[in-house]
Ligand binder design. Structure first.
Ligand code: 3VV
Ligand code: NKN
Length: 329
């Protein structure tokens, strides 16, 4: 008997039709087992040697991790209710991801964020992978502004809502402006910081998109400073166009704060341009050191060396904090 199928092991040429169909069943089972063994092997080989398959596996793992964590942690977050304190759970859930992907995180200028005051963080937005960089530096009591679509992503939406993430409908300008104006009032009252991606969408081009003005209106209305944050280009380890996802290094640079005290809505266009220019300069500088990294055989904190000269705009020297992971692909 094989897996509950009563059957002779060796077929006899003189067997009845029921016996030969029994032999057929056994062959099916053997083939099925063979296939079941071969499939993981084939997947393993594809993962190892096919960059596109590798990319999709890693992206799928990223999404599954977020969904799993959101599903696991939402009930705990729900006990507290909607609260910015739940961002700590979200942060802890995402922090380990860099280890799985072999992504090293280098942070410069973290000392700029070590202040009691409230502020708005603006950063460039390359991919969902930005979440891994965000959790490296996100200060206490800080919530991102996100597109409303995330709210409808099942438990991910639920976890995001419970963590106090603020949602805007990008296709309804009036509504989005209202949400931002209301945020300006509540961030002072409830003492929280806000993180906005002023490009408004993901962008992996060599330059940043024009900035939306909401973040700057928010900072001016709340009369809080802006901290520009720049993620170095992901080109050497991630590209959704080329379907590339390898291990690599991401540098996060926190630029000195830009004050908004005394500014009004008429100053917003100029403020937006000033901040974008500072970020674009830092991004360009990081792009150079990013490409140098690729060619250098033994880079020794190349980003620190590269930025020390240019990006120490303003206070203090840039702090280079390497947050290294062990694994690679
Ligand atoms: C518990 C454990 C759980 C574990 C699991 C975790 C799950 C993890 C999941 C999730 C984590 C979080 C993930 C975060 C990442 C998400 C990232 C995104 O979603 S990025 C997309 C959304 N973000 C934005 O879109 C930026 C904000 N947008 C804006 O600021 C825009 O300005 C907006 C929408 C308000 C309007 O956009 P316009 O396209 O119309 O363009 P404009 O040029 O900016 O504005 C047009 C006019 O309106 C004025 N305006 C804009 N905002 C104003 C305001 N607040 N007040 C007054 N006027 C305003 C402007 O000054 C402009 O007018 P004039 O040209 O200057 O005359
Ligand atoms: C029920 C199905 C759930 C599927 C859940 C997939 C989990 C991944 C969610 C991670 C959120 C990452 C945040 C992010 O990076 O969103 C992209 C937006 O910023 C910009 O959007 P777009 O570039 O304008 O499309």
């Amino acid at each position: 008997m094989l897996l509950g199928i009563p059957c002779a092991i060796h077929p006899d040429p003189g067997l009845s039709s029921s016996a030969s169909s029994c032999w057929g069943n056994m062959m099916d089972v053997v083939l099925l087992h063979g296939l079941l063994l071969l499939l993981p092997l084939a997947a393993l080989l594809l993962y190892r040697y096919n960059a596109t398959f590798h990319y999709f596996c890693k992206v799928a793992f990223f999404n599954c991790w977020i969904i799993a964590m959101a599903t696991l942690l939402s009930p705990f977050a729900a006990l507290r209710g909607r609260s910015v304190e739940n961002m700590k759970l979200l942060r802890a859930a995402i922090l380990p991801l860099k280890h799985f992907y072999g992504i090293k995180m280098q942070v410069w200028g973290l000392e700029h964020l070590n202040t009691e005051e409230l502020y708005v963080i603006v950063s460039n937005h390359q991919a969902a992978l930005d979440l891994m960089g965000m959790v490296e530096i996100i200060p206490d009591r800080c919530v991102p502004i996100a597109k409303k679509e995330i709210l409808y992503m099942g438990t991910v939406g639920w976890a995001s809502w419970l963590s106090g993430i603020i949602f805007v409908d990008r296709y309804k300008r009036e509504d989005a402006i209202n949400v931002i104006s209301q945020t300006a009032r509540t961030m002072q009252r409830e003492k929280f910081r806000v993180w906005i991606f002023p490009e408004g969408t993901r962008n992996q081009d060599k330059s940043m998109l024009p900035f939306k003005r909401g973040a700057f209106h928010l900072a001016v209305q709340a009369q809080v400073p802006i901290f520009p944050v720049v993620f170095s280009p992901y080109w050497d380890f991630f590209s959704s166009k080329e379907k590339k996802f390898t291990s690599g290094t991401c540098t996060i640079q926190i630029l000195p704060k830009v004050e908004t005290q005394g500014l009004s809505s008429t100053d917003v266009p100029r403020l937006t341009d000033t901040v974008r220019q500072a970020m674009a300069d830092a991004f360009a500088e990081m792009s150079v050191s990013c490409c140098e990294d690729q060619s250098a055989e033994h880079p020794q904190h190349p980003h620190c060396a590269g930025v020390g000269a240019g990006a120490g705009r303003g206070t203090g020297s840039p702090q280079c904090e390497e947050n290294t992971t062990g694994t690679s692909n």
